[in-house]
Design a protein around this ligand. Structure first.
Ligand code: SF4
Length: 433
């Protein structure tokens, strides 16, 4: 079942010092309650408009996608599940032949598709179906009209947002090579188009560019990468993609993430510094956005100021969110759980967290539930599986999945992001009257 996690090997807890900040980190291994990486298809299929995601999985995988995406099958969505039946699992059918048949039928039916992702799941891992070889074989058959790639979204290997990381990492070898060493900026991580357009305008005002995005809106128009590429991560869960880009010669620009007025300014400033933009030009280009963000945040500060918040590990957005909520809205993070903590990519964020917050990497859900119940936070950020039981116990919750689906980056989304946290508190107050 996708909502249930995979039990890990140890129940041990270890504390260690963060590499980039002195904050101690509690490392937990135990039962997890996190969606699997298939979930990423729900936002990626909307973003990459000529791609199709074919999950090679079970009925459970199909149900997860169908219910989470809320798309009717007759709407011809750009994702589907090739269901592995019992006879495949029993080795009675040749899974590769079956897959080739399904893919051929799909490509004949959908001539608009330019890139097909074969997405691995728990069942395809169990029968050891080699999807990368299948993708190679099918690419040879369908190129130049359709390229076939593969990645894993299996719950055995990935949590929730790692599906996006695996998908983008699979795209990196397909990116054309940028000739020469001319500098360009690559923004990495799926962003809503409205956010992308705002950043394009801001970088133009700063004189930073050319600017490209990964993923691109069309898989057939992937950005070039090379020695001159500098990249900014727009999401904190893209460690594999960052490594793949570095292997192609690109260099990471370390920065805080573009959440809130402060995070967006720090993120833009990091690129501006690489491009040698003057302080005056930076101030001019960002002044109105900063002002709009501050004004929008002020509306929510009165609701959120002084409220305690507890994060269960889910989306890997937890650390930047805690930084934003504590520094710009006065919230008090009690515990910040995250499935993985990439010290290097989060260095700028960790340095800004309040010293009183407990940082937890990994999950032992029972122990964390005990700590949450004891702390009785004003707000708990968690996955769907935990939200209802906690609400029934009188705790106010926020679904972390909503934070990945919503446009939350940049100046003009700062108020909406704060609103996502303020709304459940306002609703509870009203219910209590
Ligand atoms: S990939 Fe695994 S965890 Fe995810 S829906 Fe399929 S069976 Fe469940």
């Amino acid at each position: 079942m996708s909502l249930a996690g995979t039990p890990q090997d140890s129940q041990g807890i270890a504390a260690e010092a963060a590499g980039c900040a002195d904050t101690p980190i509690l490392r937990e291994r135990g039962q997890r309650e996190v969606f699997c990486g298939l979930t990423g298809i729900i936002w990626l299929h909307r973003k990459i408009q000529d791609a199709f995601f074919l999950v090679v999985g079970s009925r459970t995988c199909a149900h997860l996608l169908q219910s989470a995406a809320g798309v009717m099958i007759f709407a011809e969505p750009r994702f589907a599940t090739a269901i592995i039946e019992e006879r495949d699992l029993a080795g009675l059918a040749d899974a590769n032949e079956e897959l080739d048949r399904v893919v051929t039928r799909l490509i004949q039916r959908r001539p608009d598709i330019r890139m097909l992702f074969l997405v691995g799941s728990c069942p395809s891992e169990v029968i050891k179906l080699d999807l990368s070889r299948a993708a190679q074989r099918l690419s040879e058959r369908f190129l130049p009209s359709v390229r076939v790639l593969s990645y894993s979204g299996s719950g055995i290997e990935t949590t929730f947002t790692e599906g996006e990381d695996a998908c983008l990492a699979a795209l990196v070898p397909e990116m054309p090579t940028e000739p020469g060493t001319a500098r360009s900026l690559l923004v990495v991580g799926a962003l809503a188009e409205v956010v992308e357009d705002q950043f394009i305008r801001l970088f133009a005002a700063l004189g930073v560019g050319p600017v490209r995005f990964l993923p691109s809106r069309r898989a057939s128009e992937l950005p070039a990468v090379g020695e001159g590429t500098r990249f900014l991560l727009a999401q904190p869960f893209l460690a594999g993609t960052a490594r793949a880009l570095e292997a192609r010669g690109a260099r990471h620009i370390p920065a805080a993430f573009p959440l809130g007025e402060e995070g967006t300014t720090a993120w833009l400033r990091a690129a501006a510094e690489v491009w040698g933009v003057s302080e005056e030009r930076f101030a001019q280009a960002t002044a109105s956005g900063r002002e709009r963000a501050r004004a929008a945040l002020a509306n929510h500060r009165k609701t959120l100021d002084g409220k305690s918040i507890f994060f269960f590990p889910d989306s890997q957005l937890e650390v930047p969110l805690a930084r934003f909520l504590s520094r710009e809205l006065g919230m008090q993070p009690i515990e910040i759980g995250t499935p993985y903590l990439h010290r290097q990519h989060l260095a700028h964020e960790l340095a800004l967290l309040p010293a009183t917050a407990k940082l937890v990497e990994g999950q032992h859900v029972d122990r964390q539930l005990d700590r949450c119940r004891e702390a009785r936070p004003d707000m708990t950020v968690c996955g769907l599986g935990l939200a209802n039981p906690l609400e029934a116990e009188g705790l106010t919750t926020k679904w972390s999945i909503e934070l990945v689906f919503s446009p939350i980056q940049g100046y003009d989304q700062a108020g909406d992001l704060a609103g996502l946290f303020a709304r459940p508190l306002v609703r509870r107050e009203k219910l209590m009257v």
